[in-house]
Design a protein around this ligand. Sequence first.
Ligand SMILES: NC(=O)c1ccc[n+]([C@@H]2O[C@H](COP(=O)([O-])OP(=O)(O)OC[C@H]3O[C@@H](n4cnc5c(N)ncnc54)[C@H](O)[C@@H]3O)[C@@H](O)[C@H]2O)c1
Length: 354
Amino acid sequence: MRIGIVGLLRGLYMAEWARRIGIDVVAVCDRDSARLAAAHTDFPAARVTQDWTELLDADLDGVLLANDFDAHAPLAIAFLDRGVHVLSETAACVTEEEGRRLIDAAERSTATYSFAENYVAHPHVRLLRHAVDAGEVGPLELVEADYLHSLSPEETAELIGDPAHWRGRIAPTAYCTHSVSPVLALTGAWPVEVSAFPVGANESRPAAMVMTIRLSDGTLALTRHGFLAGEVDSHWSWVSVRGAHGLAESVRATGEHAWSIRVRQEGWAQPDGQTRVTRRSPGPYLVDGEPIDRMAEGTVAILEAFRATVERGAPPLVPVRAAVAASLVGVAGADSLAKGSQPVSVPDVSAKSE
Ligand SMILES: NC(=O)c1ccc[n+]([C@@H]2O[C@H](COP(=O)([O-])OP(=O)(O)OC[C@H]3O[C@@H](n4cnc5c(N)ncnc54)[C@H](O)[C@@H]3O)[C@@H](O)[C@H]2O)c1
């Protein structure tokens, strides 16, 4: 399978994993010449270009889009229209209209669209999905998901303080995709309404957000993302699922333990009346027979799923409508923020809505 990559920071990391699992990285693109040169050193046989439109005719099976967060959709649509499969970093779109054009492009294309949402495939989320799918906690009622970084004020300002960079120009609600996508994957539901609340003293540019999201199956979701002090030195993601009969949640811990989950099943919901509390750790994720770094597992899983989609027609791990729905939570959240945290409807982009 031959792929090209646009955007060479996150994109280069993914290129290295793609090569390790046997995907051919045949073209690399970045408008930044230093990043392009570094990628060329790493991938000397790959075609190099600063102009992504050159990749449209580069005989690619697939393209990985890791360019600016708020600029993925136009490229995705162009590649889909050329029959090139797309694996796109988060976000999928920045407006409802753009999201609907992306869905149309994916559905009329001979190729497919996959969202590069590695947080859906991280080890703790895989364990939680298993518990939910097995009915261990009963019908879902409340799901919480965090994507938080503990950085100093100086480090935070360095990361999001430049309005010329996408990290500085996107709405404070926009980067909710790593918390909302696991919520959508665990529930299988669609976002209906969102209220967004700023956290911290800087009201014009809050460093962290809390959002409440009503889902189509009645479940309430509470998500937090951004920069908050006190996070354990883990992988930035914590997810908790409460059902009518119990709870499953990732353990707030450091190192390897951070990928474990705790499951509590209430005694009154069990035939034998016994409360059950278990702790589960993920098994190793093997590449070439060797366990890989836990933090890379989600990334490798989405690359392997992309290959299965392109080569064997497997359904995308996170398909276009779920990608657009997660992104539109951030768009509606920005609207809510501007309206003093009033609830705002999230456009229904489920297939059922048509
Ligand atoms: N899933 C994850 O865990 C994860 C982690 C990091 C970043 N990301 C995502 O990856 C994307 C990129 O993030 P980043 O941290 O690498 O950002 P970045 O700004 O450091 O890198 C983006 C690169 O894309 C290049 N670029 C932008 N527009 C281009 C264009 N039109 N043509 C050619 N090159 C172009 C830029 O020059 C830059 O080198 C974002 O969507 C981000 O959300 C995801």
